[in-house]
Unconditional design. Structure first.
Length: 215
């Protein structure tokens, strides 16, 4: 069986169990296509570059909740909200061994990316070691001021602007305790329109010189 048929059959069985009703096969397939980021089941099946059969290779899955919302509104069936449907499908994919990464079942992608970075801030901080060495500070607070996702055909590109803040070592001459940085995160597309590899990062930064303005 194919992944999208597994998912569609599961949605139909769940709907029948929960409501006693009948979810048409075509409607279930369209919902699954929306979950994977496609406007139709035909478009999902036609994607030979990033087929959903490659989902096992992905590290991050970001269900397209907005597209699922739009599809649900076109159906007469009394379906759960898109977040609940997506969560159910993610659990199914894991249970069948199709996917073992993390799913971002969220409508706020910038906030989700912020959480992801804060779990491992060293993914950004390690590229700022050169700037850190120019200061007299110990750094332990990474702030993301702006997170801008920009998807394209082959990747999800995310631009992050923020600051790395620290505490000055009083035994050394003050030379800055804040670094302004910009990071480009590239999540390469793996399967469907919503499954990606772990991001590649490019970070640049500079020591905030604004403290000179106070002198």
């Amino acid at each position: 069986m194919t992944i999208y048929k597994d998912c569609a059959d599961h949605l139909r069985a769940s709907y029948r169990h929960q409501t006693g009703g009948h979810l048409l096969s075509g409607h279930a397939h369209e919902l699954v296509a929306a979950f994977f980021g496609y406007g139709s089941a035909a478009a999902l099946r036609a994607d030979l570059v990033y087929p959903v059969s490659q989902l096992e290779q992905a590290d991050i899955l970001i269900p397209d909740l907005a597209l699922m919302d739009a599809r649900r509104l076109q159906l007469t069936a009394d379906l759960p909200d898109s977040g609940a449907l997506a969560s159910d499908l993610c659990d199914l994919l894991r249970s069948l061994g199709h996917f073992s990464g993390e799913d971002w079942n969220s409508r706020d992608l910038p906030d989700q990316i912020n959480d992801y970075v804060q779990r491992d801030p060293m993914m950004i901080e390690e590229d700022l070691n050169g700037q850190i060495s120019l200061t007299n500070a110990y750094f332990d607070e990474l702030y993301l001021d702006e997170v801008v996702p920009e998807p394209n055909e082959d990747a999800l590109m995310v631009t992050i602007n923020g600051s790395l803040n620290g505490t000055s070592d009083q035994d050394r001459v003050f030379s800055g305790d804040k670094i302004i940085f910009s990071t480009l995160m590239t999540f390469n597309r793996v399967a469907g329109r919503v499954a990606f590899s772990s991001p590649e990062l490019e970070t640049s930064g500079y020591v905030d010189q604004s403290y000179y303005d106070d002198e």
